[in-house]
Design a protein around this ligand. Structure first.
Ligand SMILES: [Zn+2]
Length: 242
């Protein structure tokens, strides 16, 4: 499958054609044949909003997972908060993306850390957080079947969603299994599909092109933010000089 909005749209069309109901982590048991669309926001919330808008146009809602510990974005900035609220307004759910690398698994209680981060995200969104996904999970985390808030918060890497569902993902811009063939086969009643909106675009771009575009676009974002904070910035540095 290509990493374009068109290809993603076709995937949604195929799922619909094959009789899948678009569900979230809480309501999938209400239907015999379900698909949970999950998106991890690793670097760029703007790209997630683009995908969220596309899904909303197709009448589909999904779950977006956002980091509270990212070096790439700050969920409490006005800009990020507006985008996350936009995802919610479009009918999507926003859950916590948890990066265990920030913690020392030998010393820290990771479930407590998730619960603390969930509270932060709840402050940011002004609503309850009911699902968590892991960013680059270790083998131990994949195996742990964590119970978060006594099971009230869904762990998308829990046994139910990782083993009892057919799980397919485009991690590192690579579908390890052919998602279209899996949907086409109709062999699975419970599908769990992870995509990273970062890799998708109007036209097919290589990983290198996408990463390069992202780095270059950050110069504009950075300069724009400096402009808001340094009066008459042009006296020191003009955009063209970058
Ligand atoms: Zn991630």
């Amino acid at each position: 499958m290509e990493f374009t909005y068109n290809a993603y749209q076709n995937l949604i069309g195929l799922l619909r054609e094959k009789g899948y109901t678009f569900c979230n982590y809480h309501n999938y048991t209400q239907t015999g044949r379900s698909v949970i669309l999950r998106h991890d926001i690793d670097m760029d919330i703007g790209k997630a909003v683009k995908m969220g808008e596309l899904e909303a146009r197709m009448g589909v809602s999904s779950t977006y997972f956002v980091l509270v510990t990212s070096n790439f974005y700050n969920i409490f900035s006005g800009r990020s908060q507006d985008m996350l609220c936009r995802l919610i307004a479009l009918g999507h759910e926003v859950g916590l993306h948890f990066d265990e690398a920030k913690y020392d698994a030998a010393q820290d209680d990771l479930v407590q850390a998730m619960e603390r981060e969930a509270v932060l995200l709840e402050h940011c969104l002004g609503r309850e957080v009911t699902s968590v996904s892991m960013h680059r999970p270790s083998a131990a985390t994949l195996d742990a079947d964590y119970r978060i808030r006594g099971g009230r918060v869904v762990n998308s890497y829990g046994r139910e969603f990782f083993h009892n569902h057919k799980y397919v993902s485009d991690s590192r811009r690579n579908w390890r299994e052919d998602v279209l063939r899996i949907v086409e086969s109709g062999a699975y009643d419970r599908l769990h599909v992870l995509t990273h909106p970062f890799w998708y675009d109007e036209e097919e771009r290589s990983a290198k092109e996408e990463l390069k575009w992202f780095c270059e676009s950050r110069i504009d974002v950075c300069y724009g933010d400096m402009k808001d904070n340094v009066r008459d910035i042009e006296e020191f540095l003009r955009r063209e000089e970058l």
